[in-house]
Design a protein around this ligand. Structure first.
Ligand SMILES: Nc1ncnc2c1ncn2[C@@H]1O[C@H](COP(=O)(O)OP(=O)(O)O)[C@@H](O)[C@H]1O
Ligand code: SF4
Ligand SMILES: [Mg+2]
Length: 335
């Protein structure tokens, strides 16, 4: 088949040069003295039905990006296009109509579920808020949602504290599914769970994705956690994306020094490769996002910059470039 006959998969979400800066105030008159540049010029797209992993150390701006995608924050600059409409500039009433289509699953189901509400009420809450369903219809829908996430219908009148961490995460997932969303931002959904439970929740999310045609932004501080679920991965550092590539390429041939360092910490199943695995230990602390370094934001910790002492690293922010088909990096020296 000629290539032009294959329709390009449609992007459900296109984030363009997104910036979220939080003002810092100080002094008697609460004057603005600076900005925390939590997200500082991030661009990516997610195709319908795809999972994009967003990975990076704590504090690099992953959650802020996820929240901005759902417009829980108003961007300082840039656009968040959902089906080609910039939701960052939608008026409140249109945004309200859009809300059901994008949902979030949180890291800590304990903190995100109201302890005084029954499981049934927790899952039905979005239905109350956004639909005109009757009480009977809501009850049927809640029962159906419990089936979908593998929980017994008998749990409907119980309270969150009666459940294990994995079960509570399933309740959170059922609630996120209630309004038949297209996009779900999963913010470290398995990080707080026992290792034995993590795979079950990942499998459930994958199964739901296939059955319901869901699109995921899957956030994790740990590359090995996105390995089995993401189609492509974006690696973030200090408010910027360092590298973005299909999962296979990223693991087989990471090009950015930061990705290489992160990957060197991921254990390999093959004992021969594992024995020879070279770990790149990053020295120094992550700089403050209120005062990021000049040039490349990674320059204060980059082993390659240390080795080469290339002046560009310390003076010019690297361009975002396609180093190989579908593999993008922000680095002057990557090859
Ligand atoms: N509401 C806020 N006000 C001020 N600073 C914030 C706020 N939310 C996050 N930050 C700061 O922005 C940076 C990115 O935070 P976050 O997006 O939570 O990172 P991650 O999810 O990758 O750990 C951090 O330095 C954090 O302290
Ligand atoms: S641009 Fe320089 S400092 Fe930044 S990642 Fe590349 S080599 Fe390291
Ligand atoms: Mg976070």
């Amino acid at each position: 088949m000629p290539e032009t006959a294959i329709a390009a998969p449609e992007a459900l979400l296109r984030v363009e040069d997104l910036k979220i800066h939080f003002p810092i105030y100080d002094g008697l008159f609460r004057r603005k003295v600076g900005d925390v540049k939590a997200v500082d010029g991030v661009s990516f797209e997610i195709k319908r039905g795809e999972t994009l992993g967003l990975v990076g150390e704590s504090g690099c701006g992953k959650s802020t990006t996820g929240r901005a995608v759902l417009r829980l924050y108003d961007p300082t600059a840039g656009a968040v296009n959902f089906e080609d409409r910039d939701i960052a500039s939608l008026p409140a009433n249109e945004m309200r109509a859009m809300r059901p289509r994008m949902q979030m699953i949180f890291q800590d189901p304990q903190a995100s579920l109201n302890p005084r509400m029954t499981v049934g009420a927790i899952i039905a809450e979005p239905l109350m808020e956004h639909t005109k369903m009757s009480a009977g219809e809501r009850k049927d829908k809640v029962a159906e949602l419990l089936d979908q996430v593998g929980l017994s219908r008998d749990f409907i009148n119980r309270f969150p504290h009666e459940f294990s961490g994995g079960q509570r995460q399933r309740i959170g997932i059922a609630r996120a599914l209630a309004l038949d969303p297209d996009l779900i931002v999963c913010d470290e959904p398995i990080a707080a769970l026992d290792v034995s439970i993590q795979a079950q929740v990942v499998n459930l999310l994958e199964d739901l994705q296939h059955r319901l045609g869901l699109t995921y932004l899957f956030i994790s501080h740990d590359l090995s956690m996105v390995r089995h679920i993401a189609d492509r991965v974006a690696v973030m550092y200090l408010g910027k994306i360092m590298e973005l590539a299909p999962m296979g390429k990223l693991f087989a041939s990471p090009r950015h020094p930061y990705t290489q360092a992160l990957l060197s910490a991921v254990p390999v199943a093959d004992p021969k490769i594992e024995a020879n695995r070279k770990r790149v230990i990053l020295t120094g602390d992550v700089p403050s996002p209120a005062n990021p370094p000049e040039g490349c934001v990674f320059c204060t910790r980059c082993p390659l910059a240390k080795k080469t002492n290339d002046k560009r690293c310390f003076t010019i922010p690297p361009e975002w470039r396609e180093i190989e088909q579908d593999q993008f990096v922000a680095c002057h020296l990557a090859e």
